[in-house]
Ligand binder design. Sequence first.
Ligand code: DOR
Length: 435
Amino acid sequence: MSLLAITGGTVVDQLGRRTIDLAVDRATGQVVQAPSGPAADWADRVLDATGCHVVPGFVDLHVHLRQPGNEAAETIESGSRAAARGGFTAIVAMPNTTPCMDSAAVVSEVLAYGKSALCEIKPSAAITIGRDGEALSPMGELADLGVRMFTDDGTGLQDAMLMRRALEYAGSLVVDDGQPIVLSQHCEVTALSQGGVMHEGTVSSRLGLGGQPAEAEELMVARDIALARLTGVRVHMQHLSTAGSVALVRAAKAEGHPVTAEACPHHFALTDEACASYDPVFKVHPPLRTADDVAAIKAGLADGTIDAIATDHAPHTPDSKELPFDQAPPGMLGLETAYALANTELDLEPEALVELLSTTPARIAGVAERHGGPIEPGRQANLAVADPEATWTVDRSAMASNSVNTPFHGREVRGRIRHTVFNGEPVVIDGEAQR
Ligand code: DOR
């Protein structure tokens, strides 16, 4: 048996913390009982995890891969390489590609490209045809291909009746793997946010830039909580960014309504003050908010109101991001900095980080059989080896992504992915992607 060893680290997952060496059968890609004696005697490859946490590979519920349609910004391969370098072993691809992922043909194309990726590519699909908010996509047919998350991300579904119908449709679908179907919402009432390019508040007034009020997000969060209550079907709230949204979700959960939520690193690591540079690298939807909102997002992550950290990795080519602030597209890179930012900015135990970055998103994405731990014999070896003490400076020229639009360039962070193992194969060793 050809064995991979991961030695000297502390395993951290839902079973707790333990200092053990791990063995992975490279033929099956599964964790196996480590033979006794030094790893050098039984392994044909040893990954050093000294000083590191060995954790279930991260699962990102929110990634823009740009293929098909804008491969200069990102391809499935380059995005998966960025993901692997960030410790992710599964990512959910958003459907706002060109053409849109609203048909079996396009979803099949993404699945085919995903076969050779450095992590599992789980395609989501649009709720409505063309993400136009007018007619439902063939959700049943798409679910048969393995789609478990539907979203019009990039825009929210404005029509409350159509959202109700989508929830009822999703709730009626029966899928062979028994995994849940989830409708994932970009919460933004465009009638209110229209014309806004950053958060509406004192900073936008000072800068003379159009604002998007917090209420544009909160109204749709409130509406979808009501629709989840009405239909009994779960809604997942994407990239929560305001204190009001966190409070609404907290109250909905306390009342037992079927909602889950994610938050992005940029919404707990940056505020709207960053826009004072007029640098479009800080333009994102929903926009960077105030320090009070940042504090509320952190509190929501700490108390379980927010279930997952998702990156909303949104690559854009330099040409497009170099436009003036009000004309540049919104979005920022996230995959390669997510762990470091979470580890640096959140005052959470490593077990809590594993839950937010891996275990819970794996469940929401419907990939918990293969991802999200626990790390034990018989489980697929989808693992990250993270050094929580390593400090480094984010460098946009050192990214695996095809794009460079990280708002964290030059920022010193703590926590770095040393190795990533995907289906038993070391796809990142000492921070370097292996293919
Ligand atoms: O900032 C964003 N960029 N927010 C979105 O919802 C879409 C994304 C993109 O596709 O660039």
